[in-house]
Write a protein that binds this ligand. Structure first.
Ligand code: SAH
Length: 350
C-alpha cells in the first residue's frame, strides 16, 4: 500500500487535498471536511475530527503527519497585552511569533524560516545562520495555535518574524494563498504584510503575482554605503535596484510600499541621513516606519535618542513623506526579534 509520510496535508490547497483523497480511494467531500477541520475549526489533531469515519482518521494518523506546533512558552506584556510565543517544531527546532492587539484588530507576526542567512548587523535572528525553511503549514499553524490560545480572531498577519520570507518564496506564496483563502481563515490580502531585506528578483516576482498584500522593504540606510554597513544583502543589490523594484511593485499592484527604517544611534539617524532618505524616496507612493533599533545583546548598536527620532520624522514630513514612529509593543517582554528562540537554543546546547 502507498505510504504518504512525505505529504504534508496541512500545506495542501483544497484542490490538492481533493486529489490526495481521491488517490487513497476517498470521496472528494472528505477533503472538504478535512480542510475545514484544519483551516477553519483549527483542529490540533485528527482525533478532533468527529465527522470523519474512524477508519479514515486512523489511516490519516498512520500515513499523514499532522503539523501542530507545540506551545513551549508564552510571555505576556504587562503594559500592552502583547504576547510572545515560542513554539517547538517536531524536528527539535523552535520558532517565535508575536500577537499584538490594535484598535483595528489583532495582528500576528510570524516567522518564515528557522534562523536566517541574511546577516543584518543589528538583528538577533541571523546570528546562528539559517537552519531551514518553514513549510506553509508551519507558517499557518503559528496563527492557528495563537488563535486557539487567545480565543480571538486574527485579522492582520505580518511576515516580519525570524527569517527572510523572499528567501523561502514558494512556501511563502502557498502560505499567502491559503491564509487568504475563503475556505480557510479568509484574511483579506490587504491585511497581510510581507517584509523583505530586498531580494530584488523575488520582489519583482511577487509584484507579478498582482496580489493585494503590502510589501515592506527593510531599508535602514538611505545611501548604498550606509545600507551596506548594516545589511550584507546590499553587497548583492544596489540601493537603486531595490528602490526600482519597490516602484515596480506599486505599478503592478497599486499598493503603497512601506519602508522600514530602524534608527541606530549615530549610524543612520543624522540630519544628513534624513535628507538622503527624502532624496531617495521622495515622490514615491510610500510610507515610512521608523523604529528605534532594539538593542541586541550580541551587538553593540544602540537606539537613537527620542529627540533624534522625532527630528528625523519631522524632516521627512516636511518633504511630504508619510512617517510613523512605531510603538514599541511588548518592550518589557521583548528583547529584540529572535532573542527568545536564541535563548532557548543556548539553554539546550549548554
Ligand atoms: N527578513 C525580513 C523580515 C524579518 S525582520 C526583513 O528583513 O525585512 C523584520 C524587521 O525587523 C526588519 O525590518 C528588520 O530589519 C527589523 N529588525 C531586525 N532586528 C531589529 C532590531 N534589533 N531592532 C529594530 N529592528 C530590527
Amino acid at each position: 500500500m502507498e505510504r504518504n509520510k512525505d505529504v504534508d496535508v496541512k500545506s495542501l490547497t483544497m484542490d490538492e487535498l481533493k486529489h490526495e483523497m481521491e488517490k487513497i480511494g476517498e470521496k472528494a467531500f472528505r477533503a472538504k471536511q478535512l480542510y475545514e477541520w484544519m483551516h477553519v475549526k483549527l483542529a490540533r489533531s485528527y482525533d478532533e475530527m468527529t465527522n470523519i469515519p474512524k477508519n479514515l482518521r486512523e489511516r490519516l494518523v498512520r500515513d499523514y503527519p499532522y503539523t501542530a506546533l507545540e506551545e513551549v512558552t508564552v510571555q505576556v506584556s504587562k503594559t500592552d497585552g502583547t504576547r510572545k510565543y515560542l513554539f517547538a517544531l517536531p524536528d527539535g527546532n523552535y520558532v517565535e511569533s508575536v500577537w499584538m492587539q490594535y484598535h483595528h484588530g489583532n495582528s500576528v507576526c510570524i516567522s518564515s524560516q528557522v534562523g536566517c542567512r541574511m546577516g543584518c548587523r543589528f538583528c538577533a535572528s541571523t546570528i546562528g545562520g539559517l537552519e531551514r525553511n518553514l513549510t506553509a503549514s508551519e507558517m499557518l499553524d503559528q496563527i492557528y495555535a495563537i488563535t486557539k490560545s487567545t480565543g480571538e480572531r486574527v485579522s492582520n498577519v505580518v511576515v516580519m518574524g525570524t527569517g527572510e520570507p523572499l528567501d523561502n518564496y514558494d512556501n511563502l506564496l502557498r502560505f499567502i494563498h491559503m491564509v487568504t483563502d475563503e475556505n480557510g481563515l479568509n484574511i483579506s490580502q490587504r491585511n497581510v504584510t510581507v517584509s523583505t531585506c530586498g531580494i530584488v528578483e523575488n520582489m519583482r516576482r511577487l509584484a507579478d503575482e498582482k496580489l493585494q498584500i503590502t510589501l515592506a522593504l527593510s531599508l535602514h540606510g538611505a545611501t548604498q554605503e550606509k545600507r551596506r554597513e548594516l545589511m550584507p544583502i546590499a553587497e548583492k543589490y544596489d540601493i537603486r535596484e531595490v528602490i526600482a523594484a519597490c516602484r515596480y511593485y506599486f505599478e503592478q499592484t497599486g499598493r503603497r510600499v512601506t519602508f522600514e527604517y530602524s534608527l541606530v544611534g549615530g549610524v543612520n539617524d543624522t540630519d544628513a541621513d534624513a535628507e538622503n532618505l527624502c532624496r531617495l524616496i521622495g515622490g514615491l507612493n510610500c510610507h515610512v516606519n521608523l523604529i528605534p533599533v532594539n538593542p541586541v545583546q550580541e551587538r553593540d548598536y544602540t537606539a537613537s535618542e527620542h529627540r533624534d527620532v522625532i527630528g528625523f520624522k519631522n524632516k521627512l514630513e516636511r518633504k511630504h513623506i508619510n512617517a510613523t514612529v512605531r510603538r514599541e509593543m511588548g518592550r518589557d517582554i521583548d528583547g529584540a526579534c529572535g532573542q527568545l528562540r536564541r535563548r532557548m537554543a543556548e539553554k539546550i546546547d549548554s
